[in-house]
Ligand binder design. Structure first.
Ligand code: HEM
Length: 151
């Protein structure tokens, strides 16, 4: 049964639990910048393929922005893993960053058979990650409690 002190403390704790921490906000900011940067890539590629050579320069600059933001996102995702005890954003970020690194070298070597399908998949993955980080608060997961009842 809940004590009087616990009943008073519960609403405040529940409200706090629904707030996103600073670490969570940093991850959200980076994922948001990441989605904006990566959405430009097919557009710039399209400009280039339409015959405007400047599009390739913008696409190359976009590639540097996308991969740099991705690497910063790895650091933020490690912080979320350590501070909020959530490994999911780290695993998703590592998958995206690995795909973007392959994507970068496929673009440089002109391997369009790989670059274009992987590019589409990477854009979709970052959009899904964007939805995932904004859908619910990024809060600290409670530590697993030891099951003392079996003892
Ligand atoms: C749907 C998404 C994408 C499409 C359709 C696309 C398409 C293209 C095309 C058509 C080229 C020109 C290749 C050539 O002329 O041989 C290119 C080059 C390139 N792409 Fe992408 N790309 C996409 C996403 C990305 C992403 C996400 C990155 C970075 C992670 C990237 C990095 C590069 C690089 C570094 C080049 C070489 C640029 C240069 O030669 O200066 N691309 N891409």
């Amino acid at each position: 049964m809940a004590t009087a002190a616990e009943s008073v403390a519960t609403p405040a704790r529940t409200e706090a639990a629904h707030r996103t921490s600073l670490t969570g906000w940093i991850l959200r900011a980076l994922v948001s910048a990441h989605v904006v940067a990566i959405l430009g890539q097919p557009v710039f590629a399209g400009v280039y393929l339409s015959g405007d050579y400047d599009g390739l320069g913008w696409h190359a600059a976009g590639a540097n922005a996308v991969t740099s933001i991705g690497y910063l996102q790895v650091i933020a995702a490690i912080m979320v893993w350590i501070r909020l005890r959530q490994v999911g954003p780290f695993l998703a970020t590592m998958a995206v960053v690995a795909a973007e690194t392959v994507q970068y070298f496929a673009g440089m070597s002109g391997a369009l058979w790989l670059h274009i399908p992987l590019g589409v998949m990477t854009v979709v993955a970052v959009v899904v990650q964007f939805i995932a980080v904004w859908r619910r608060p990024l809060q600290r997961r409670p530590a697993e409690q030891k099951d003392t009842e079996d003892a």
